[in-house]
Design a protein around this ligand. Structure first.
Ligand SMILES: Cc1cc2nc3c(=O)[nH]c(=O)nc-3n(C[C@H](O)[C@H](O)[C@H](O)COP(=O)(O)OP(=O)(O)OC[C@H]3O[C@@H](n4cnc5c(N)ncnc54)[C@H](O)[C@@H]3O)c2cc1C
Length: 458
């Protein structure tokens, strides 16, 4: 129906008092809300949550929720390992923005182009469907995902939503405080507008006291706040900004690569960085710019307020976050540690930072992009094997993280992890810290990032 016809039909119904008559006569009123809104004149492609986003096709479908490091890798490898499957990647952001390397971008060591990648080109190349939309709900009993643009059925679901900030731990149900903390002093720990806010704040900073609160473990990329502090301190020094940085750490010491970071704080930034261990947060006031901790009280001119981390909202909405023994939510998705699926539902996999407790030896996998990428490949293989009618053998990820601690000259440190299953069937982790600061790590770091982006986007 063209718009003129639609308009004249609406005029007819109104002018002829035809609404009541139409209501009585039309079975359309018994139709779902989406169909009713169509009758009201919405163009076909303006979807609503009640619409069918994608009709079921002949192929079985994998829906991937979240197009970050885990999700975007899973989409590509699923198409390679199981070309008969239809793969749909749902993501709210229009472009991929990488948190790894973003500390370097904050202080102008790399440009935004290095971190930003195009979902449409890679989805076209590998033959999966990328849909930019907000995921609203996951109805596991009906095997469907509800998005702002419509709902769609899945045969397999991969949930890779990253993290959320648990502001409730600081502010309870006080939305005003939580919103003020997020909007004024964002953590910039998720791919979002926060990074741009923080970068502007740092570049406008003319001196004074910058405070960073570090989240308690488990947290996204534990070494990266220390890297951020070092690089900001280096920028202050290079630009002669009279700034002091205080790191309020929940932990009793710097971990991982503790000696490497401590050496950088002491040898390079003694006059800029103050490291405070055991600074468990008691109160944060973003209006008064004041923080009370177990290690003392702190006023600030600007802050990077990192509230505790938990699994991203979608893991909660999908019912993947159980209660602990005390009855409180664990905060993280409970999965089979080897096969990465929900313990009760083999068709629902979780990858990346949202994954919960996996081992009595090391508790949680490091919440790292490298590890999310490896888990994504492994889960893609599991699904492909199952589609081929075979039971998959388990596989384990590895992890690797480079951290730059100095920009003039550029120097870094690094940490590696590998995994095995011991004779009792328990997952074990081996951690290797490389604490000696040096220039050789820097090209390795950039090479790692380049290869990772290539792996996900070419
Ligand atoms: C400053 C910093 C430095 C880091 N450095 C490193 C490093 O050097 N090496 C390393 O390995 N890791 C690093 N990390 C960690 C890395 O970024 C994460 O571990 C990784 O992004 C986890 O991948 P993920 O897929 O679980 O989550 P993400 O990459 O965050 O992806 C989740 C995606 O889900 C989307 N999403 C969530 N909810 C919805 C919804 N309702 N609707 C639609 N879309 C939704 C989000 O928009 C996001 O794109 C760093 C992190 C930070 C913050």
């Amino acid at each position: 129906m063209n718009p003129d016809h639609r308009a004249s039909r609406r005029r007819f119904l109104a002018s002829a008092g035809g609404l009541a008559a139409a209501a009585a006569a039309a079975p359309a009123l018994a139709q779902p809300a989406a169909a009713a809104s169509r009758a009201g004149g919405l163009p076909f492609l303006i979807g609503s949550a009640a619409d069918t986003l994608l009709p079921r096709g002949k192929a079985r479908r994998v829906v991937i929720c979240g197009g970050g490091w885990g999700g975007v890798t899973a989409a590509k490898y699923l198409r390679q390992y199981a070309p008969g499957l239809e793969v749909v990647l749902l993501e709210r952001n229009p472009v991929f923005f990488s948190c790894p390397m973003s500390n370097k971008w904050l202080v102008d060591l790399v440009d935004a182009q290095f971190l930003t990648h195009d979902y449409l080109a890679v989805s076209e190349k590998h033959g999966y469907r990328f849909i930019q939309t907000e995921i609203l709900e996951i109805e596991r009993d009906r095997k469907q995902v509800i998005t702002a643009a419509g709902r769609l059925h899945y045969d397999y679901l991969i949930v890779s939503p990253g993290i959320r900030y648990n502001y409730e731990a600081w502010f309870g149900n006080d939305r005003r405080m939580a919103e003020a903390a997020r909007a004024r002093f964002p953590a910039a720990y998720m791919p979002s507008a926060e990074h741009f806010h923080l970068k502007r704040a740092l570049h406008d900073f003319r001196g004074g006291h910058l405070v960073m609160t570090l989240p308690p473990p488990p947290q996204r990329c534990p070494p990266s706040p220390y890297e951020r502090a070092c690089l900001i301190a280096a920028m202050f020094k290079a630009r002669k900004i009279p700034g002091r940085i205080t790191i309020l750490d929940h932990k009793d010491g710097v971990r991982p690569i503790g000696p490497g970071f401590r050496a950088a704080f002491d040898e390079l930034y003694r006059d800029v960085i103050t490291y405070v261990p055991n600074a468990r947060i008691e109160e944060v006031d973003p209006f008064r710019k004041h923080i009370r901790t177990e290690a003392g009280d702190f006023d600030f001119d600007h802050a990077i307020l990192m509230a505790p981390h938990q699994a991203g909202d979608l893991a909660w909405k999908a019912g993947l976050v159980p209660a602990s023994g005390s009855g409180r939510p664990t905060g993280w998705a409970d999965v089979d540690p080897l096969f990465m699926h929900d313990r009760a539902d083999r068709d629902v996999y979780v990858i990346g930072d949202a994954v919960g407790f996996v081992s009595p030896q090391f508790a949680y996998y490091p919440k790292a992009g490298h590890l999310a990428n490896r888990q994504a490949r492994i889960v893609a293989r599991y699904i492909a094997e199952r589609e081929a009618g075979r039971e998959p053998d388990w596989a384990l990820p590895d992890n690797l993280c480079y951290m730059m601690v100095n920009s003039q000259p550029m120097e870094g440190i690094s940490v590696q992890f590998d995994y095995r299953v011991n004779a009792e069937g328990v997952l074990e982790q081996r951690q290797m810290d490389f604490n000696e600061r040096g220039p050789a790590t820097v090209p390795e770091d950039f090479n790692w990032a380049r290869l990772s982006y290539e792996d996900m986007f070419s």
